[in-house]
Write a protein that binds this ligand. Sequence first.
Ligand code: GLA
Length: 744
Amino acid sequence: MIIVNEKEHVFHLRNERISYLLYIMESGQPGHLYFGKALQPGGSYLHMVEKAHRPMSTYIKEGDLYTSYEHLRQEYPCYGTSDYRYPAMEILGRDGSRICKPQYQGYAVIHGKKPLPGLPATYTEEEGEADTLEIYMNDPLRDLEFILSYTIFRDVDALARSVSFINRGNEVLFLNRAMSLSLDMPDMDYQTVQLSGSWARERAVRIRDLEPGITAICSMRGNSSHQHNPFLALKRKNTNEQSGDVFGFSLLYSGNFLAQAEADNYQVLRIMLGINPFGFQWKLEPGETFVTPEAVMVYSAEGLNGMSRQFHRLFRNRLVRGYWRDRERPVLINNWEATQFDYTQQDLLQFAEKAKECGIELFVLDDGWFGARNDDRRGLGDWRANREKLPEGIEGLAQKIEALGMKFGLWFEPEMVNKDSDLFRAHPDYIIRTPGRTASHGRNQFVLDFSRKEVVDAIYRQLYELLSNASISYIKWDMNRSISECYSAAYPADRQGEIFHRYILGVYDLHERLIRDFPQLLIESCASGGGRFDAGMLYYAPQGWVSDDTDAIERTKIQYGTSFVYPLSSMGAHVSACPNEQIGRTTSIATRGNAALTGAFGYELDLNKLSEEEIRTVKKQVAFYKENRSLLAQGDFYRLLSPFEGNFAAWEICQPDGSRALVTVTRILSEVNGPYRRLPLRGLLPDQSYHIQSPHLSYDAYGDELMQFGLMLEDRSAGQVTDGGDTCHDFCSLLYEITAIQTV
Ligand code: GLA
């Protein structure tokens, strides 16, 4: 998959569908040629380099009025050597200079893909799945080596990139900026797509037209954040969900990030993704190596849905790993919204018994089970059972839950501490704070300094003891505040710029240790809902709590946005009580079920409080999920109608072989005497006959009809007087089953 033209120094990374081309300039800098739909393997491509003599430019060589980095598309640009755009890296030497001139040294082609030490990364499993190109560069003045790494995958239209810096000289260097990916696109005629929001309304789809200058999103909070997701896409103006060019960029990282598009005066568009340079500085001693997080870039000619399917396929199969990757996820019940901190063992057992009766498989005990935790002002850091609530400890409760025939799961917030805790009393120095200044709190809690190994060790010991002594199959790993007054007591002044990154490395390290010790443990990540829902976490935690907002209608938006990058199997989605805790809205149990069924499914309410009829529905939902969970987890996902654009949300999950599909259609507000509606489906076999089944509708049709004319929507508000039936109210959601009819 990697074609090297030795004579022209051109590297062509190519699979059947995409090509990425780079070359080495005469000056020794790697230049960019092309990224997009696959080009012929044999061509010569150097003529794609565009350079002209332009007034008011700076040129790199005397006597040459053409070669200016300002005009040349590059692979990993630096500032101050005739390019005036934002650079991919900035290296500060002891002499105070920030100029760097790396020179090409050589390359290697590696079959497969190397892991990134201490960092999340995509991987390969079988021969021939991916090839990696490593480009070796060196700045002779500093003897700083750079390795630019590019992996191309055979079966996914994606490339993975990262950069390593190795200090081969004798001088201490500082990396002020070390981006994971830089890409100079030949024009700026794109819109950017980002996923932005806030607590309880994460990952709303936002589209912006590009103008000359910078379009950027970032996090400076220590976690990837509710505010912006480490993802950016470029689409043409006429690209929609189903067709048109899209380039998607995702950073596999859970800390401070920057995703930026810079359109210059020649309409070249520079995309950049990596650790946020703000507040970052990494000291690189002689002999030391720094490796950037990985960035993944996807190209699709099949619109935004096409981009998402590539991300889903890669992340589901070659980022998520271990025991749970291909296994069906258990239907769970979580007690948080039902009880908050106020419960007894007896309450929990009653709760679990009813859940078992409904077919639920995993009982998750949320916050409040440990230390003196009766409210959010105390207890974090003391990961021992609160014996007043749980007289038989976690071991005893877990045994009782297992005796009911369910698995047991537990909530933790490993990175945090309350001042009212034994851990803080013993180690007040364990928190992140700046000497001489007050430490700001968030939810009455403080952030443990995970940049220090001894702090991670202390938490690891507590978690290890609990997980080894009690039968715990699942943990919900929460993180409920961002970092402030970032400073570590354990590091000298010239290493304080490393703390945000070292903190995340500590978080990854603790995950890694738990996965090593308890390989069958299912980890669900959480950060006040979706404050750290990113591709980095997916490497450790195959599912994540999408949002603290569990209202079914809000969730259609949040899950719609989340699906741009992340597969359904990663989206923790629960049916909760009504009126909804966050928004006060009442929706039917069917609507709530439909929203949650297209995720890692569960409940978050006291089932003992439901009516008999609602319990019958819950049992049906659980049974339906179990029957369909492999399709829901592995199927191709298509967004059909956007809740950001109209009154409907609709999506489809289709078996890759076209044999079965599930379609969810949610109408937000009721209408009267509206139009007849049809919904064109995707991914079916045109000449296959299907049976269509929904609560009130049953007919047969060929795949071509369903994809061209569309699925006929059952909606009593269309063309009929509203008759009070169960499809003519606000917040109505219907699930359609489309099943291939077996021919004999
Ligand atoms: C966060 C989580 C919730 C719940 C609470 C417990 O807000 O997102 O799901 O676990 O913490 O305190």
